[in-house]
Design a protein around this ligand. Structure first.
Ligand code: HPA
Length: 271
């Protein structure tokens, strides 16, 4: 089970002069602009990396970017994999495991999400402090890969509290409202019915999306500290629910992009 991971890792090392990234970053829907802040040293297409899944969503471009962000060595996934695209959970988290084998010490994740907490507004950012996994599966099912982590990984403190606090300080200094909350991950690809939004809210979620939790589970299995943040792209409370189009989601994400970019950059500078 480790061999495909080792082969992908070796290919990346061979094609980047053994660039040793300190931090991994997954860019979600409409948040690609962080790449403009990076002093890019290497850029590899997913399609060229052995065993790497290839991205199918049009709004994701499918490259691994390696370079410097705020003077730190980062590896960035430009484009991620979703279960709803038909990938197995193992494929969804394959790049996270490879980034770990390349040596990353922390993982930073962004995504687009629907707002369930009535205090939220479109284009606000929410730091994820906990999650609920409603995906139909998870990447740890099957024989445990003991080289990566334990059979029964602890999930009592998934999101690194210190980085959450650092993020709150960055937002305060920059004078914008940074929300905190629980992210629920659903399979999609359809959006939710009003009854489903109500249910997700009742079970304790502040935001809902179709990604992140599988990758975070794989990261925590390997003991990686994780920071994750959602852009609220549409409000899903009964009084504010309307028909959502992908274009609206991308527009709301684009509006939040400068803040998201600044937050991740400054947080990485502080590590
Ligand atoms: N539901 C699920 N995923 C989403 C949503 C939503 O309302 N908005 C953005 N991603």
């Amino acid at each position: 089970m480790m061999q495909p991971l080792h082969e992908a890792t070796a290919y990346i090392q061979q094609n980047t002069d053994n660039f040793a990234p300190e931090f991994g970053i997954i860019l979600g829907t409409g948040l690609g602009a962080l790449v403009n802040e990076i002093e890019v040293q290497y850029s590899l297409s997913y399609a060229d990396i052995p065993h790497f899944p290839v991205s199918t969503v049009e709004s994701h471009s499918g490259r691994l970017i390696l370079g410097l962000l705020a003077g730190r060595r980062v590896i960035v996934m430009q484009g991620r994999f979703h279960y709803y695209e038909g990938y197995s959970m193992e494929q969804v988290v394959f790049p996270i495991r490879v980034m770990r084998l390349l040596g990353i010490q922390k993982l930073f994740v962004s995504n687009a999400a629907g707002g369930l907490n009535p205090a939220f507004n479109t284009s606000e950012l929410m730091v994820i402090t906990d999650h609920i996994n409603l995906q139909p599966s998870n990447p740890l099912i099957g024989k445990n890969i003991d080289e990566l982590g334990p059979r029964f990984p602890d999930m009592s403190d998934v999101y690194d509290e210190h980085m959450v606090r650092q993020a709150m300080v960055i937002a305060e200094d920059a004078d914008f409202d940074l929300r905190e909350g629980v992210y629920v991950s659903v399979p999609g690809p359809m959006l939710e019915t009003p009854a489903e939004y109500k249910y997700l809210s009742v079970i304790g979620a502040d935001a809902v999306g179709m990604s992140t939790v599988p990758e975070v589970i794989a990261a925590r299995h390997m003991g990686l500290p994780v920071f994750a943040v959602s852009v609220i792209t549409d409000m899903c409370t009964p009084d504010r629910l309307k028909k959502v189009k992908l274009a609206d989601i991308l527009e709301a994400a684009a509006k939040a992009e400068p803040r998201m970019t600044m937050l991740i950059r400054e947080l990485i500078r502080m590590q």
